[in-house]
Design a binder for this molecule. Structure first.
Ligand code: MN
Length: 716
């Protein structure tokens, strides 16, 4: 869809409103004749009703609704929406009643007009209240019929295009509202072209000086790119052709407001945002997207850490694409987007795509699902005060914040990317420190689950539970981060003492003894003899693995019992909640219910290995360092495990494997790819699983993929 570019091309100089003839011929290109006829009738009615009215610019009023309808026709909206757009100001500004519209044009069109009229009728008391009110009405209207919003957005686009006729103070007010409310709504709905135009016009009206500076710099940058861009695009086109992929390669325009927003967001200089090549490749299939990615990475060196797979994990507004940044000519960054035609259409018109008129509907089920999901989130907002709705919708529309509900309906605000653990800490530090599980919308989910707007989150706590060091790697809120760090710092010593006590008791059990049964002062005595402060100190050293428990146990024995019993040592049980003093070996990645043994590692506490791990053979040389271990029922956490996936060397296979793993609700912590030869590679993946059954499910899911030759679990 070239709507955005043609539209933006026409922006400077304020174009004349299109006439009805132009609109009709546009409609004839995609609507059946009866729908076009209905729009023509709507025009006749509206023209009659607005007769004699003029806009501030002096033009006949009817030019405004026609222009609004024209914007919707560019989005290929259905006949009812376009007709409603022509009639949108009739009830508000003329004597025509809504009943009359129902009678003449039917309930569908009349309801859309009514929705728009109601939005317009809201009386502003103070800014906050008024905006909240309008938000609420809009949201309510949206849930019933999103086409009301479509008309309202198009109305705002045309009012912004003709803003010059307004007095300066009013101009700023409208521009501010456009940037604060309407552009984000368009963005949230994924209607890219409208979002872009609202942003550009709003930015220009609100910050004319900044607009001019960026405009000038953009022009300069375009000049310097002229030399290389055609070469880049032709290189890419040739690569596609050689690979037998049909697709379009085009240079991407930079938009002023997005340049400005990026500067502010990333706190970088203008040149860093502007002096970047932008290229988009649109191909037929998802598979081709990944192949093109491979071709591009072959042509230009990719920048590490800049690849984003929004195909496997779409953005909240349904946006899908592969993003990568390459080192272009002269080291200038080359930002690339790769997507299918369908994704491109979705990226341009978003939710509007659902109401696009199409002969022979071919809507994907996934799109419908996303739209429904989106509407559901919005619907949950309705039980709140106007003030709250403003706050929440703002958060909902501004993608740097996420807000969710507690089971009691209280609203918690989290930074974007916030997880269940962030939520738990937002409720209270104590809740965070003791959380063991979470329910999102009444379904159990892993604690690291990233929360989305409108979800209801319930945290399950347990008395003995403690923060897991792993959390520090995924929480995003400052509060959670600080609390976890604080807790872990104070914890290590206490943990070591507790665990040391357990280890020592277990070692004493061999002699049918326990710490309790020893004479008072015995532990301190031995500790001092070993050059330590006291028994507490000794227990800590045992917990940290610096003193083997069996040797200490032996020193604690009363003389007469000073011989070890025959028979196996009692195993120490591992709950998975020991914290920093217990770690899991990265040579064999044990997960419950693997058979395990524990190795006392000086200073690192205890390291758990699988008992068939190759490194366990060292057991023979240092028997006092190894102790039997068992899992304590089902630990309530995830464990890292590593798998090696042998694949045939095909572009996109990594992304496919990753997507398949994600589909098993499994997080990937680390990925590495090594070539085995020309034909095959090994992908080494570190995944987070609850237990062996979960891991087995992941492995099964990958095994069935066509390019996967084999999967194995890492074992030293
Ligand atoms: Mn209007």
């Amino acid at each position: 869809m070239s709507y955005a570019s043609t539209l933006l091309g026409l922006l400077p100089g304020g174009r004349r409103a299109p006439g009805i003839a132009q609109l009709i011929s546009k409609l004839e290109s995609y609507l059946p004749p009866d729908q076009v006829e209905r729009v023509r009738e709507a025009y006749d009615s509206a023209e009659q009703a607005h007769k004699g009215q003029k806009r501030r610019s002096g033009e006949p009023y009817i030019t405004h609704p026609v222009a609004v309808a024209d914007i919707l026709a560019d989005l290929r909206m259905d006949g009812a929406t376009v007709a409603a757009a022509i009639l949108h100001d009739v009830v508000e500004d003329t004597g025509v009643s809504n009943e009359a519209i129902t009678e003449r044009f039917g309930k569908e069109i009349a309801d859309i007009v009514d929705g728009v009229t109601k939005l317009d009728q809201i009386q502003f008391k103070n800014r906050q209240e008024a905006q909240a009110e309008s938000f609420r009405k809009m949201l309510l209207a949206m849930v019933r019929d999103i086409r009301v919003i479509m008309v309202k957005l198009a109305d705002r686009v045309h009012n912004m295009r003709t803003l010059g006729a307004m007095p300066p103070a009013k101009r700023r007010l409208v521009a501010r509202e456009t940037l604060d409310i309407y552009a984000p709504i368009a963005n949230r709905l994924g209607i890219h072209s409208i979002k872009l135009e609202l942003e550009e016009l709003g930015f220009k009206a609100l910050y004319p000086k900044r607009y001019r500076v960026i405009e000038r710099e953009l022009k300069r940058s375009r000049g310097s790119q002229k030399e290389f861009l055609p070469k880049i695009t032709s290189n890419l086109r040739q690569a596609l052709k050689r690979a037998g992929i049909e697709g379009e390669v085009e240079a991407r325009e930079k938009h002023l407001f997005s340049v400005y927003a990026k500067m502010r967001r990333k706190k970088v200089a203008l040149s860093e945002v502007i002096d970047v090549f932008g290229v988009r490749v649109v191909v037929g299939t998802v598979d081709e997207c990944y192949r093109v990615l491979g071709l591009a990475h072959g042509l230009y060196r990719p920048m590490p850490g800049r690849f984003k797979d929004y195909i496997a994990i779409p953005r909240v507004n349904g946006y899908q694409s592969l993003h990568t940044t390459l080192f272009g000519p002269n080291g200038m960054p080359l930002e690339m987007q790769i997507r299918t035609r369908e994704m491109h259409e979705m990226a341009e018109s978003g939710i509007a795509a659902h109401w696009t008129y199409k002969t022979g509907e071919t809507e994907g089920a996934a799109r419908q699902e996303r739209a429904r999901e989106w509407l559901k989130n919005v619907a949950q907002l309705q039980d709140a005060s106007a003030e709250e709705v403003l706050e929440n919708v703002r958060l909902d529309l501004f993608p740097d914040k996420v807000y969710v509900f507690t089971p009691k309906g209280d609203i918690m605000r989290l930074p974007r990317g916030g997880t269940c653990v962030d939520f738990a800490y937002a409720v209270h530090t104590v809740v965070g420190n003791h959380c063991v599980a979470a329910k999102v919308d009444r379904r159990l989910v892993p604690l690291r689950t990233v929360l989305r707007n409108g979800q209801t989150v319930e945290i399950i706590t347990a008395k003995g539970a403690q923060p897991n060091p792993v959390w520090a790697s995924f929480v995003v809120s400052a509060k959670a981060r600080a609390a976890i760090r604080q807790y872990l710092k104070g914890l290590k010593r206490g943990e070591a003492v507790d665990f040391g006590t357990r280890l020592l008791n277990q070692a004493l059990e061999e002699f049918r003894l326990s710490l309790r049964s020893l004479p008072a002062g015995r532990l301190d005595q031995v500790a001092v003899a070993l050059g330590l402060r006291d028994g507490h100190d000794l227990l800590e050293k045992i917990g940290l693995g610096e003193r083997p428990a069996p040797l200490v146990a032996r020193r604690l024995l009363p003389r007469e019992a000073d011989m070890p019993r025959e028979g196996p040592q009692a195993p120490v049980s591992i709950a998975g909640t020991e914290g920093l003093v217990v770690s899991y070996a990265r040579c064999c990645f044990p997960v419950p219910p693997d058979a395990i043994v524990a190795y006392l590692s000086s200073g690192r506490g205890v390291v758990i290995h699988r008992d068939n791990c190759g490194n366990v053979s060292g057991f023979r040389k240092q028997p006092e360092k190894w102790i039997p271990a068992v899992w304590e029922k089902q630990p309530n956490r995830t464990f890292s495990s590593e798998i090696k996936v042998h694949v045939s060397n095909r572009m996109g296979v990594l992304a496919q494997v990753a997507a398949q793993i994600a589909a098993q609700e499994t997080n990937i912590d680390h990925v590495n790819v090594t070539a085995e030869g020309d034909e095959t590679s090994v992908i080494t993946l570190e995944v987070e699983v609850r237990d062996r059954a979960h891991l087995a499910r992941v492995i099964r899911a990958i095994k069935t993929m066509p390019d996967v030759l084999g999967v194995e679990r890492t074992l030293a």
